[in-house]
Design a protein around this ligand. Structure first.
Ligand SMILES: Nc1nc2c(c(=O)[nH]1)N[C@H]1C(S)=C(S)[C@@H](COP(=O)(O)OP(=O)(O)OC[C@H]3O[C@@H](n4cnc5c(=O)[nH]c(N)nc54)[C@H](O)[C@@H]3O)O[C@H]1N2
Ligand SMILES: Nc1nc2c(c(=O)[nH]1)N[C@H]1C(S)=C(S)[C@@H](COP(=O)(O)OP(=O)(O)OC[C@H]3O[C@@H](n4cnc5c(=O)[nH]c(N)nc54)[C@H](O)[C@@H]3O)O[C@H]1N2
Ligand code: SF4
Ligand SMILES: [Mo]
Length: 764
C-alpha cells in the first residue's frame, strides 16, 4: 500500500542537531562572501562558479534567478553585482549532480517523499522527462513527444477547459509566460493561478484601487534620495540582500530609516557592504534609526496611531499635510478624516504593542520628512487584513504628498525574480478586459472574460472534482500553498499532474493518478534554437525590463526551454484548432517579443530596447502623479482595525523564511542571522511565554491551529527563546503550512494569511 497523499505532502518530523548562538549584530561582510563561495564550490563545478561570478547581473549577462531586487542603472560593481543568496540560488540551479532515469528506478515515489526538502533538493538537477503511470510506484522515462501528446490528450478529454489549472511560479521569463497564458486562453480558460496569489496580490489589489497601478512607484535612485525609508514586514538581509546597499547609500546621503518588524532582523540593524573593501575593514553602517518591534498584525493599529497624531498636529499647527497635493490629486480626504477621528490613539497604540517612547521617535521622523518611501513585503501581505495594511500606508503617503516625486513613494519589494513581469505579460486569472481585447484583435480568437481560479480557488476546485488536470510552469505547488493536507487531497483527485521544473521537489511526489516531470533549462544555461543562442527578458521590482542570457552549458542534453515546452504542448493540444503558429516561436524568441509589443502596453521597440545595456522602464502612472483609478485621482481609503483576539493559551504565529532557503528550496539548515543552526523544526517564542507555559528551551512541542472549528496539527518542533513580542511566535515555511486554513485569506486579494495563524502549543 503506498503512502497517502497527506503523508507524502508533509515534511518528515525528524530532528537534526539544533545549535543556538547569539544572533550577529551586523550582516553580510566577509562571512557572507565566505559562505556564498563555500556553498557554490561545494555544489558546482569550479569553472562554473568562476563564470557565474563574472556574469551575474552584469549588463548583457544573465539576471540573478534569486529575488526581484533591481540592478543599478549606471555603474555595476567590478567586485560582483550579487549577494550571498544570489550565489546560493545559482549553486542550487547549476548543481553538478543529475536526477536521471536511473535515480527514479532506484527510488520509489514513497521513498523520495520520506526525505526532507533539503535532501530532495540536493538530489540534483532533473535530467530527462519522466512519467508516473496510474498505480505505479516509480517514475519511468518518457520521450518528449509522448509527454506532449499525453498532456494534449488529457486536456482534450476534459468536458470543459475550466477543468484544467495552469499554475506559474515567478521565475518564468516574459517570453515563456506570455506564450503560456496565450495557450491557456486559446485553449479556453482563464485558470491561471500563480505564486503572486500567495505573495504580493494584496499589494496589487491595494495599490490598483488607491493609486491606479498594481506595482510600486519608486525607482532605485529614489531610495538614495529619500528623507525617510520605512521598511515594514520585510527581512532584506536574507530575502533582498542588495537592498541593504541601497539603504546604506540612503543613509550616507543623510536619509533615515525606520524598521517595523516583530523581529529585530539583523540586516535591518547594521550592514557591512561586502562590495566595499573600506567598510569591510572599518565595520558596517548602522541602518535602522528607529526599530519598532510591532506585534504581529499590529500594523494597521500602528499606522492609525501615526495618522491620528499627524492629524492632531495638522489641525493645531498646519503645514503637516501637503494640502496642495491633497487638493489637486486625491479623492476622499474628508471621508477619510471623519472616519479616522472615530479611533482612539491610545487604543491603537496598545493594539500595536509599541511603547510611547518608540512611537514618538518614529513619529518625529515621519512628521519631519517630506520625501518618504515605504518598502514592504510578506509581513504586510499575508494577513486577512493585508489589503488594509497597505491602503492605510498609502493614506500616510498621500497626506504627506509623498508619491510621484523624487525620493518618495511606494516600494512593494517583489519576491521571485520575474513575478512582476509574468503578471505584466498576462499571467492573471482576472486579467483586465482591455488586455483580452488586444489578444482577440491580434490573434482572432475570443478569450473568455470569466475570471479563472486563483490559487485558493484552484485548490478548492481540485477537491470538489471541478478541476482534473494540474499543470505547473515552475514552482512547488504542494509545499507553497496553505492547508497542506487539504491541498494534497485536491492534487490526488486529479487525473494528471504535470510539472515543468529544474529541480526535484515535493510536488513531483504528491501526484494525480498520472504524473509527468518535464525538465527545463535554468536561467544560467545557454539556450540554443534554430536562429542561434536565445536571449530572454525579465522585469524587476521597479518595472525595469532587461535581458537575460545563459552562460553555462546545459546540465543535460535532454532539457528543453520553457518556451519550447509551452509551444509544443500548445501545438499537441490545439492541433488544427489553433490560429497560432506555435513552433515558429521556438526557433526565434524575438518573434514572441514582437507579439508582446503589440499586446502589452509599454513594450514598443521591445527587441531594440532590450539591447540597451540596462534595459528599459515600463510606464508607471503613479510615478508621474497620473492615477488611473476609478475616480481618476489617488484615493484615500477607510480601513478597520483587525478584530481577532487571542484566548489565554493562544499565540499568533507568522511563517517566515530562514536565511538558508529560497521559498520551498532548502539550501541548508542554518538561519545564521537569527543564530539558529542545523535545524528547521523550531518555534521562536517570547521567553516569558515559554516560562508561563512551563516550557524549557529546546523542549519538543506540538502545534495546533483551530479555524472555524477545524483543528489542524503540526507536531515535533523545538522551542527557541527569542526577542519576539509577547504572544507572538514564528516558525519556518513550509513546515507549518499545514496549519494555515484554506479559508483564512486576505479580503479582496485572497492571499493566504500565513503570517497570522492563531495556534496553541502543547508538550509532546
Ligand atoms: N534568499 C531568499 N530570498 C528570497 C526568498 C527566499 O525564500 N529566500 N523568497 C522570495 C520571495 S518569493 C519573497 S515574496 C520575498 C519574501 O521576503 P520577506 O517578506 O522579507 O520574507 P519573509 O521571511 O516571509 O519575511 C517577512 C518579514 O516580515 C516580518 N513580519 C511578519 N509578520 C509581520 C507583521 O504582522 N507585521 C510586520 N511589520 N512584520 C511582520 C517577519 O518578521 C519577517 O522579517 O523574498 C524573495 N527573496
Ligand atoms: N506559509 C507560507 N507559505 C508561503 C509563503 C510564506 O511566507 N509562508 N510564501 C509564499 C510566497 S511569497 C511564494 S512566492 C510562494 C512560492 O511558491 P512557488 O513559486 O511555487 O515555490 P518555489 O519554492 O519558489 O519553487 C521552487 C521550484 O521551482 C522550480 N524552478 C526553479 N527554477 C526554475 C526555472 O527556471 N524554471 C522552472 N520551470 N522551474 C524552476 C524548481 O523545481 C523548484 O523546486 O510560496 C508561498 N507560500
Ligand atoms: S539581491 Fe536578489 S537579485 Fe540581487 S543578487 Fe541578491 S538574490 Fe540576486
Ligand atoms: Mo513570493
Amino acid at each position: 500500500m503506498s503512502k497517502s497523499p497527506i503523508n507524502k505532502a508533509n515534511t518528515p518530523e525528524s530532528f537534526n542537531d539544533l545549535k543556538i548562538k547569539t544572533p550577529p549584530t551586523s550582516t553580510a561582510g566577509f562571512e557572507a562572501l565566505k559562505v556564498a563561495f563555500g556553498h557554490a564550490i561545494k555544489y558546482m563545478k569550479l569553472t562554473d562558479t568562476f563564470k557565474i561570478s563574472l556574469k551575474m547581473n552584469q549588463k548583457g549577462g544573465f539576471d540573478c534567478p534569486g529575488c526581484a531586487w533591481p540592478d543599478p542603472d549606471d555603474e555595476r560593481s567590478t567586485l560582483g553585482e550579487y549577494c550571498e543568496n544570489g550565489l546560493k540560488a545559482i549553486a542550487e540551479e547549476a548543481q553538478n549532480k543529475l536526477v536521471t532515469a536511473d535515480f527514479f528506478l532506484k527510488h520509489s515515489v514513497d521513498e523520495l517523499a520520506g526525505l526532507s526538502d533539503f535532501e530532495i533538493g540536493k538530489s540534483g538537477r532533473l535530467a530527462e522527462p519522466m512519467f508516473l503511470e496510474e498505480e505505479a510506484t516509480h517514475y519511468k522515462p518518457i520521450s518528449w513527444k509522448d509527454a506532449f501528446n499525453k498532456v494534449g490528450k488529457h486536456l482534450n478529454a476534459l468536458s470543459h477547459p475550466d477543468e484544467a489549472v495552469f499554475y506559474t511560479s515567478g521565475r518564468t521569463t516574459n517570453e515563456a509566460a506570455f506564450l503560456y497564458q496565450l495557450f491557456v486562453r486559446e485553449f479556453g480558460t482563464a485558470n491561471l493561478p500563480d505564486c503572486s496569489n500567495m505573495c504580493h496580490e494584496a499589494s496589487g489589489a491595494a495599490l490598483s484601487e488607491t493609486l491606479g497601478v498594481g506595482k510600486g512607484s519608486v525607482v532605485l535612485d529614489d531610495l538614495y534620495k529619500a528623507d525617510l525609508v520605512m521598511v515594514i514586514g520585510q527581512n532584506p538581509a536574507t530575502n533582498h540582500p542588495r537592498m541593504l546597499s541601497a539603504l546604506e547609500k540612503c543613509k550616507n546621503n543623510g536619509g533615515k530609516i525606520i524598521a517595523i518588524n516583530p523581529l529585530p532582523e539583523a540586516g535591518l540593524m547594521k550592514f557591512t557592504n561586502p562590495q566595499n573593501p573600506i567598510k569591510l575593514l572599518t565595520g558596517g553602517t548602522k541602518l535602522a534609526d528607529v526599530f519598532v518591534p510591532i506585534t504581529i498584525n499590529g500594523d494597521v493599529a500602528f499606522t492609525k496611531a501615526v495618522l491620528l497624531k499627524l492629524l492632531e498636529k495638522e489641525e493645531a499647527e498646519g503645514h503637516v499635510f501637503d494640502k496642495a497635493f491633497i487638493e489637486k490629486h486625491t479623492y476622499g480626504y474628508q471621508a477619510f478624516v471623519d472616519n479616522l477621528k472615530m479611533y482612539d490613539f491610545n487604543e491603537c497604540l496598545k493594539l500595536s504593542g509599541i511603547s510611547k517612547n518608540i512611537f514618538d521617535e518614529a513619529f518625529n521622523l515621519i512628521l519631519n520628512s517630506d520625501n518618504i518611501i515605504i518598502c514592504w513585503a510578506m509581513g504586510l501581505t499575508q494577513h486577512e487584513n493585508a489589503v488594509d495594511n497597505i491602503r492605510e500606508l498609502v493614506n500616510l503617503l498621500l497626506l504627506k504628498g509623498s508619491i510621484g516625486k523624487e525620493g518618495a513613494g511606494t516600494c512593494p519589494v517583489r519576491g521571485h525574480s520575474n513575478v512582476q513581469g509574468d503578471r505584466t505579460v498576462g499571467i492573471w486569472e482576472a486579467a483586465p478586459q482591455a488586455f483580452l481585447d488586444k489578444i482577440e484583435a491580434k490573434y482572432g480568437f475570443k478569450p473568455t472574460s470569466k475570471h479563472g481560479y486563483s490559487v485558493i480557488d484552484a485548490i478548492k476546485a481540485m477537491n470538489e472534482g471541478k478541476a482534473k488536470v494540474f499543470f505547473g510552469l515552475g514552482g512547488n505547488f504542494i509545499s507553497a500553498v496553505p492547508d497542506t493536507n487539504y491541498s494534497a487531497k485536491g492534487l490526488a483527485n486529479c487525473n494528471l499532474t504535470v510539472h515543468v521544473s529544474t529541480k526535484l521537489n515535493r510536488s513531483h511526489l504528491v501526484t494525480g493518478k498520472e504524473a509527468l516531470i518535464l525538465p527545463c533549462l535554468g536561467r544560467s544555461e545557454k539556450d540554443f534554437q534554430k536562429s542561434g543562442q536565445q536571449m530572454q527578458s525579465v522585469e524587476n521590482s521597479m518595472g525595469v525590463v532587461s535581458s537575460t542570457k545563459g552562460v553555462l552549458e546545459p546540465c543535460s542534453n535532454s532539457l528543453k526551454s520553457e518556451v519550447a515546452v509551452v509551444c509544443n504542448i500548445a501545438y499537441a493540444t490545439l492541433k488544427d484548432r489553433t490560429k497560432i503558429n506555435w513552433l515558429n516561436y521556438v526557433d526565434d524568441y524575438s518573434l514572441v517579443r514582437e507579439d508582446i509589443q503589440e499586446v502589452v502596453e509599454g513594450f514598443q521597440d521591445y527587441n531594440q530596447r532590450l539591447n540597451q545595456p540596462s534595459g528599459f522602464y515600463l510606464p508607471n502612472g503613479a510615478r508621474k502623479r497620473k492615477f488611473k483609478t476609478a475616480t481618476g485621482k489617488a484615493n484615500f481609503s477607510i480601513n478597520k482595525l483587525p478584530n481577532w483576539k487571542l484566548k489565554d493559551s493562544e499565540l499568533i504565529m507568522m511563517t517566515i523564511r530562514s536565511h538558508d532557503q529560497f521559498n520551498t528550496t532548502i539550501y541548508g539548515l542554518n538561519d545564521r542571522y537569527r543564530g539558529v543552526f542545523n535545524e528547521r523544526r523550531i518555534i521562536f517564542m517570547n521567553r516569558e511565554d515559554i516560562k508561563e507555559r512551563g516550557l524549557q528551551e529546546q523542549q519538543v512541542v506540538n502545534l495546533k491551529s483551530e479555524f472555524n472549528g477545524v483543528v489542524r496539527k503540526a507536531n515535533h518542533f523545538k522551542v527557541v527563546g527569542y526577542d519576539i513580542p509577547k504572544n507572538c511566535c514564528a516558525t519556518y515555511f513550509p513546515e507549518t503550512n499545514v496549519l494555515v486554513s484554506i479559508d483564512s485569506y486576505a479580503h479582496t486579494a485572497k492571499t493566504p494569511a500565513s503570517k497570522s495563524i492563531i495556534i496553541t502549543v502543547s508538550v509532546e
